[in-house]
Write a new protein. Structure first.
Length: 136
């Protein structure tokens, strides 16, 4: 059973609950861009991962992400990013909702289930990294 303490949609949970995971997600995105600059993006195209990390950080910060911003975060051609977003919305992993103030814009977010799984992965990596540093 999932704990309500970990649900980011629960308004009683401060964003700081996931601050360390969001910091790791931002670091991973930064490292990916540096790696692509140094070695070329052709070697490392992973648009879904980039979008998931971007949406995770946005959710922890309490920010909404427009589809156009998510396309940029994917670092692939627009048609590829839009196709992947559509696939993930159809699977229920991403949630798309119209902007109530601007009918031309759509916001995208992670589903609660995918947010939880991604938070677990990031938390596990952070713990493993700390354990490796303790061994040195």
């Amino acid at each position: 059973m999932s704990s309500p303490r970990r649900s980011p949609s629960n308004p009683k949970v401060p964003a700081s609950t996931f601050a360390e995971e969001a910091a790791l997600a931002r670091l991973l995105l930064y490292q990916r861009r540096r790696r692509e600059t140094a070695l070329g993006a052709d070697y490392f195209s992973d648009p879904v991962w980039d979008m998931m990390l971007d949406l995770f950080v946005a959710r922890v910060r309490g920010q909404e992400t427009a589809t156009s911003s998510l396309v940029i975060a994917a670092s692939v051609p627009q048609s590829t990013a839009l196709r992947r977003i559509r696939e993930l919305v159809d699977r229920g992993d991403f949630i798309a909702r119209a902007d109530p103030r601007d009918g031309r814009r759509t916001f995208v977010s992670l589903s609660d289930a995918l947010f939880e799984r991604l938070a677990t992965v990031l938390r596990d990596w952070r713990v493993a990294d700390a354990a490796l540093h303790d061994e040195r």
